[in-house]
Write a protein that binds this ligand. Structure first.
Ligand code: BGC
Length: 925
């Protein structure tokens, strides 16, 4: 049988996902070349995650229904040169049969961070030792949306059982390799303190590596692929040493007192000795040397750049491998103060055989050497400047190991890189840190200063820039395709839309809208008949970021988590991987992926760090641009999220991220800037949280002044799902219904209202009221409608056949087995179920029936759940439900045409959590 389109896409994606998973593995310790494993040596596997291998984190970013997933055990077993102690595997299997994987019921944010570990007896370990030479010890962790990690055993710390396992294994084996199958970095103090620590000869982070993870691990452990991943975060000895620890996790206000000194920028400037494993660290099976071959200047004005040519040589004798060239700068302290190291460029070699060299170019734009003056201390407020003095470059295989090279930029005078305007500054001042006196070479004492505050009058700014309203013309028979083909202008097209239609188009519908691919996160564009008649098709958006989430149960490829992909430091590979993800999206008729996630790893405990790349803005921006480019070349888009500063899950809906304009620009929105300017991003999702008092979706300066004004973004901005907004002028009270504030800020799309709820304003939003009260202008609403239509016009959906949404689906009756108990369609069907159920239904009369259900879900309103309903084995609809705090709600399903006879109804809890109370079929005619 020929493969379907999506089977083809999946087949192309799997090997590249495997390669990425292998390239993101970070080897931190390899004493006595304990790795790679050799055929003649037998290995014992400890820790349940060799069987229950995590492939992702939890929440929206992890919910891909995979066709298969290769565990570490399967990967290692499948490799011809890896020899496993199968007796020990058997011991684990027997124990696991009694202690199955605990998914916490499968519901939203319900899965525990860790799994109960098999307690080891000395006998088990000594028996294993008698027949094997080396031990692999697996430690597993997950994390995800709606819940941060904690400094607790089982989360950031090892549990007692895990510690005991390590101790017992280290007591018997001389060669122990610890494999961290985790979604975030964890405490590593045990590596230096545990009894018999000398036995731990190998440590590697294998992360959550998608469905090809087990194969990738075998590729690296066997030596087929030499590891080339590098840490994208700093691992400090103590969590208290992270500068963000004091403020992380607050519920109301989160002061970004660390300012621009996030991660290694802080540690290298103030506390290098607190670092256990440095940013950029990661070993190979071979060794490399790097030399600066030449440095040249290119471009003029704003576009000036330095080109470093660096010769990388594999100086080893046995293994081939890839190496990452990392280039850091130490900028002069000047008046602003700078971190003593900042990553300004990187690149990865191809696979180099022993003795082989490659000349690698690293381009460093002046823009990356510049700092933003948010207070005017340099005399150039709101400018990116390069202060006078020496810019010394460093090269090496981690931020700590990098050494100065014969390359400097010496400026006699301050250079203005870019003149901008003050935007999104904090409303009230607070203290931020900065370097004070140099106390040793490149190390500074720390002082504090007050941040500058907002001086802009938001009312004046917004009202003076209101767009002109377009005069309403009524229907002129202009279709969206006429605009696409150049026969009509977008302005004339939009002029046809009534205020009611304009208010409808800014509402997306979901989750699991029947108007688009089943189980996806949103439908947007032509969501009403009127809009559809104008030729606006319905586009589909799906999570993201590490594969396609379809809560209908449809299958897709899960690629590795963002952190792992960041650790590859390979932009070309990321671009190619996401080109293939893009093809899979095309095959499922999805127009945009809700990813990549590009918030900063501000603190190791953030539950969603796994979705994001790094603590470094430049590396994050480069990865984001690469993935967005890849998706674009497949014809779809990548929705970069969450703009901005959604870097903790605790109180993510409400906590105000209060930061200086400098930290905002240089750290937190820098990746978004790079994804827009270098990657050409056309879709962006705002964050749940407020930033300096204004909620993400109604933050005018972020969405208009900076994004469109400075960066030239021309696509659509969408809110996060069920987000809140407040006034872009006065800030103040927030609510989900304040869409007028959202539109004023130029967040174009509200995500999401319930299915079929856009036209009837199911969320009771205030768009039309605000138009009437003149607190929103027609021009502002039309501006967002244009942004949406411009996007849809260029999305794949525009090339698909324009098929009207068919609200009524027909089904034929099926054979009935006498033995099955039958319920009548005329009765209300009591189910009270939380797991998969089937019923046999008898229809007494031909007709159209409206399906509805009553359900409850004992979680908050951001928790997502859904079940799928199939009729006679054919998927018919999803019934999505958000947390209802336990209250019973009605979910309206679709209408179905049924004939007299029998039907099999199957209910599948694809995204568990909700409880289905009753199901009803009401005859509509
Ligand atoms: C998450 C987003 C996600 C959306 C749709 C929200 O809870 O924050 O990242 O894309 O749900 O699933």
């Amino acid at each position: 049988m020929p493969l379907t389109k999506f089977e083809n896409a999946r087949q192309a994606l799997a090997p590249v996902s495997r390669q990425a998973a292998a390239e993101g593995i970070v080897l931190l310790r390899n004493i006595d070349n304990v790795l790679p494993l050799h055929k003649e040596c037998k290995i014992s596997l400890f820790g349940r995650c060799h069987v229950d291998t995590y492939r992702s984190g939890t929440g929206s970013g992890g919910a891909v229904n995979v066709p298969y997933s290769i565990s570490a055990l399967e990967g290692l077993r499948g490799h011809s040169s890896i020899n496993i102690n199968e007796e020990l595997v058997q011991v684990y299997h027997e124990w696991l049969a009694e202690h199955p994987f605990d998914d916490g019921g499968g519901g939203w944010a319900a899965e525990p961070w860790f799994q109960e570990e098999m307690p080891l007896t000395t006998l088990v370990v000594t028996t294993a030792k008698q027949c094997s030479d080396k031990a692999l010890v697996f430690i597993g962790r997950t994390a995800g949306e709606d819940q941060d990690n904690a400094v607790q055993p089982g989360s950031y710390l090892l549990t007692d059982t895990e510690y005991d396992m390590l101790q017992k294994v280290c007591a018997q084996f001389d060669d122990v390799i610890v494999i961290l199958n985790v979604s975030n970095i964890i405490d590593m103090s045990w590596a230096d303190t545990i009894t018999n620590k000398q036995s731990i000869k190998g440590i590697l982070y294998s992360w959550a590596a998608g469905m090809e993870g087990g194969h990738a691990l075998a590729d690296v452990l066997s030596g087929d692929t030499s590891p080339s991943g590098k840490l994208t975060d700093t691992i400090a000895y103590q969590i208290e040493d992270y500068p963000t620890s004091a403020n992380f996790g607050n519920r109301d206000r989160n002061f970004y007192q660390e300012d621009i000194y996030v991660g290694y920028r802080y540690f290298s400037t103030f506390k290098p000795h607190a670092v256990q494993y440095a940013f950029g660290e990661g070993l190979s099976y071979t060794q490399f040397e790097r030399d600066l071959a030449s440095l040249t200047q290119h471009g003029e004005g704003k576009n000036k750049a330095l080109h470093f040519h660096i010769k990388v040589t594999n100086t080893g004798h046995v293994y081939s491998g890839k190496e990452v060239v990392q280039l850091y700068v130490e900028a002069p302290q000047g008046k602003l103060g700078k971190p003593t190291r900042a990553l300004v460029g990187f690149n990865k070699t191809r696979t180099l055989a022993p003795g082989e060299s490659e000349l690698i170019r690293v381009t460093v734009p002046y823009a990356l050497l510049a700092s933003y003056d948010d207070s005017g201390v340099t005399g150039y407020k709101s400018c990116y400047v390069l202060e006078q003095g020496r810019y010394q470059f460093y090269l090496g295989d981690s931020v700590q190991a990098a050494t100065p090279i014969e390359a400097t930029l010496d400026l006699d005078n301050l250079l203005i890189q870019e003149q901008l305007t003050e935007a999104a500054a904090p409303i009230t001042s607070f203290e931020r840190i900065r370097p004070d006196q140099q106390i040793a070479q490149g190390i500074y004492s720390l002082t504090k200063e007050n941040t500058a505050v907002r001086t802009v009058d938001m009312q004046e700014r917004i009202l003076s820039r209101l767009p002109e309203s377009i005069e309403l013309t009524g229907e002129q028979n202009i279709k969206l395709s006429d605009v696409k083909s150049g026969q009509a202008t977008l302005v004339n097209f939009i002029a046809q839309l009534t205020p009611q239609q304009l208010a409808t188009i800014v509402r997306g519908e979901g989750m699991c809208s029947p108007k688009v691919t089943p189980g996806t996160a949103a439908a947007f564009g032509g969501v009403s008949n009127d809009l559809f008649e104008l030729g606006i098709p319905v586009a589909a958006a799906a999570d993201g970021p590490s594969g396609i989430r379809m809560d209908s149960g449809h299958k897709a490829t899960q690629v590795p988590i963002g952190t792992l992909l960041g650790c590859t430091w390979n932009t070309e590979l990321n671009e190619h991987l996401f080109y293939l993800v893009g093809q899979e999206l095309q095959s499922h008729q999805i127009d945009t992926l809700l990813g990549p996630g590009i918030n900063i790893h501000r603190h190791p405990l953030n539950g969603r760090n796994f979705e994001y790349f790094s603590e470094d803005p430049m590396l994050t921006g480069a990865m984001a641009a690469a993935q967005v480019c890849g998706l674009k070349s497949a014809g779809v888009s990548g929705t970069i999220k969450h703009y901005a500063a959604n870097d903790q899950e605790t109180a993510r809906f409400d906590v105000d991220s209060i930061m200086s304009e400098r930290a905002l620009r240089e750290v937190h929105i820098k990746p978004f800037e790079m994804a827009v300017k270098l990657g050409g991003a056309t879709t962006i999702m705002t964050s749940y949280n407020p930033i300096n008092g204004h909620w993400g979706a109604s933050n005018y300066d972020l969405n208009t002044t900076i994004l469109r004004g400075e960066w030239g973004f021309e696509g659509i901005v969408m809110s996060d799902w069920w987000a809140k907004m407040n006034s872009p002028i006065e800030a103040g009270k927030e609510d989900k219904s304040f869409t007028s504030f959202m539109i004023r800020a130029q967040n174009d799309l509200y995500m999401v209202v319930e299915n079929d709820g856009a036209e009837r304003n199911a969320m009771n939003d205030d768009t039309l009221d605000a138009l009437e009260n003149h607190t929103l202008t027609l021009g502002e609403l039309q501006r967002s409608a244009m942004n949406i239509c411009r996007f849809v016009m260029n999305a794949p959906v525009m090339s698909r056949r324009l098929v009207p949404y068919e609200p009524i689906r027909s089904f034929d009756s099926a054979e009935h087995t006498e033995s099955e108990p039958v319920v009548s369609i005329n009765d209300s069907i009591s189910l009270n179920c939380t797991s998969n159920t089937a019923i046999s239904l008898e229809v007494k009369e031909d007709g159209i029936y409206q399906i509805s259900a009553t359900a409850s879900y004992d979680r908050n309103s951001l928790a997502q759940s859904s079940c799928s309903l199939s009729i006679n084995g054919e998927f018919s609809m999803s019934l999505p439900l958000n947390g209802t705090d336990g209250n019973i709600q009605t979910i309206e399903g679709l209408q179905v045409r049924l004939h007299k006879g029998h039907y099999q109804i199957q209910i599948e809890f694809v995204k568990p959590g909700l409880k289905l109370h009753q199901l009803a079929f009401t005859q509509s005619n």
